[in-house]
Design a protein around this ligand. Sequence first.
Ligand code: GTP
Ligand code: MG
Length: 331
Amino acid sequence: MKHPRYGLGSGKVEEIKEFLQHTKYEQIIVDEHMTPKQIYNLEKTTGVKVVDRERLILDLFYLRSTTSEAKLQIQLAEIKYELPRVRENARLLIGSERPGKGGSGEYIVDVKFRDLKRRMAFILEKLAESKRKRDLYHNQRVEDRMPIVSLVGYTSSGKTTLFNSLTLERNETSENLFTTLSTTTRSLIIGGRKLLLTDTVGFIRRLPTYMIEAFKSTLEESLQADMIILLIDSSESVDEIKVKYYSCLNVLEELKVDKEKIVIVFSKIDKAEFDNVRRAFTELKIVDPVLVSPKSGYGISKLRKSISRKIYPVLKDMDSSIIPEISNKVV
Ligand SMILES: Nc1nc2c(ncn2[C@@H]2O[C@H](COP(=O)(O)OP(=O)(O)OP(=O)(O)O)[C@@H](O)[C@H]2O)c(=O)[nH]1
Ligand SMILES: [Mg+2]
């Protein structure tokens, strides 16, 4: 492991200490995964609270969560964050005593493990309950033969703004990260036929697998969609676009999404630089991209056409062979 003591090089730690002498910051945020020992060491040497990348994501999630399901999912992620840290945290708590057999350390570890496991079982049961309800609802939709289109993408790529523009909803949008943490589905009519559009939590690069796991039940709606719109913020630099594009594809791959269903849509085109966007297309080998700006309304009718082109073959097939296959997938 690089820099086992602090998670940072000792030169950097000195630099931080020096910096803190002249300022009044209360927290250090490290954009990396850290062990409890590294957090403890860095806190001790700087006298300031230390938050690592995962803790920060969890805190943001928690702050932003509004529905009980989102809260449960975050609590689950939090438990998964804590479980591998229990032993080390106990060791740090009782100083030099090793949590060996019979010692008070072992007792602390046992109690904590049992408590976390008990809470985890409770949360999993609650989440299973809401999944059952969700599946029932989903099966009903499949029976109603309503195609589902999902909006996915990096956090703050503009999913909710596009969702609002297509459905005439007024869901909260903002420049903050993780504005949306629960899934919303609304019906809309395209080409004279009804379909369902789903908006959900945004992705972020280097999202640990256990966090994706925790959000799986809500993200599953994206998995089961007939079309997945992967939204890219085109107003960013080509490098940024590429990093975010690939991290979204990785998450979708991890969730075993069928690549055929994915359609790439570039958003915020009103804010983008033409040359930049063209370079991004070339470098990402994207042909026939859809460009939109829900803010100005640009490209929305073209997007509606792309949706119906992608969805209508599904509708045709649904009348015959596809139906039993889809029903099997969701039960
Ligand atoms: N200029 C411009 N800004 C946009 C456009 N679409 C979205 N935005 C802005 O981008 C920011 C993020 O938009 P959201 O719709 O909240 O993004 P999101 O993908 O739903 O974000 P999360 O819910 O956090 O994952 C907001 O400040 C929007 O006003 C657009 O077409 N043009
Ligand atoms: Mg949103």
